[in-house]
Design a protein around this ligand. Structure first.
Ligand SMILES: Cc1cc2nc3c(=O)[nH]c(=O)nc-3n(C[C@H](O)[C@H](O)[C@H](O)COP(=O)(O)O)c2cc1C
Length: 157
């Protein structure tokens, strides 16, 4: 299978999570292309007037995963802008993954997944369970690996 992993990551936590997910697929003989979103200019929570430098096309992929940090109790505006521009992923499996600073998922993690899932549903995707991993002062590699395994099972089923 060909999997797209599109993400925003400012300080590298979500990028680390994406790397663990990608490895799970590639180690098992699948193709996983990871694309880090970049913006023109600085983006802060709630900001809307910025541009994505590029918005990867994912039509040719069998499934896609979308990641980003929790910012101000919801998903980062960067991954939300990308998902807002995604018009069609009809019938294909998709899921989102987020990292957050707080260990409490109600401090934005649940809200971020909900907001991202709403966008995926509007594209007609078959939305799989999202994954939230707190990055509370240090990476929780065990949780990232468990989440990657769940994505792998759900997508290759
Ligand atoms: C502007 C900003 C706002 C944030 N808001 C929250 C928040 O509301 N809740 C939370 O748990 N963490 C919050 N964080 C922490 C990040 O979600 C956390 O450090 C995340 O792992 C960063 O991911 P990244 O390294 O991929 O950018 C915030 C961080 C930044 C920079």
């Amino acid at each position: 299978m060909k999997i797209a992993i599109v993400l925003h990551s400012q300080s590298g936590h979500t990028a680390q999570f994406a790397g663990i997910i990608a490895s799970k697929f590639t180690e098992n003989g699948h193709e996983a292309d990871t694309r880090l979103l970049r913006t023109s200019g600085h983006v802060s929570p709630g900001k809307k007037n910025f541009e994505l430098r590029d918005a990867p096309e994912i039509d040719q992929y069998d499934a896609a995963l979308f990641g980003g940090p929790v910012w101000a109790f919801t998903a980062s505006p960067v991954i939300m802008k990308y998902l807002s521009g995604l018009k069609n992923f009809k019938g294909k499996k998709a899921a989102c993954f987020v990292t957050m600073g707080s260990p409490f998922l109600w401090m934005g993690g649940n809200q971020a997944v909900k907001a991202m899932n709403n966008k995926l549903e509007s594209c007609g995707a078959e939305v799989l369970m999202g994954e939230i991993v707190p990055y509370h002062f240090k990476a929780n590699k065990a949780k990232m690996t468990e989440a990657a395994n769940r994505f792998y099972q759900a997508i290759t089923r």
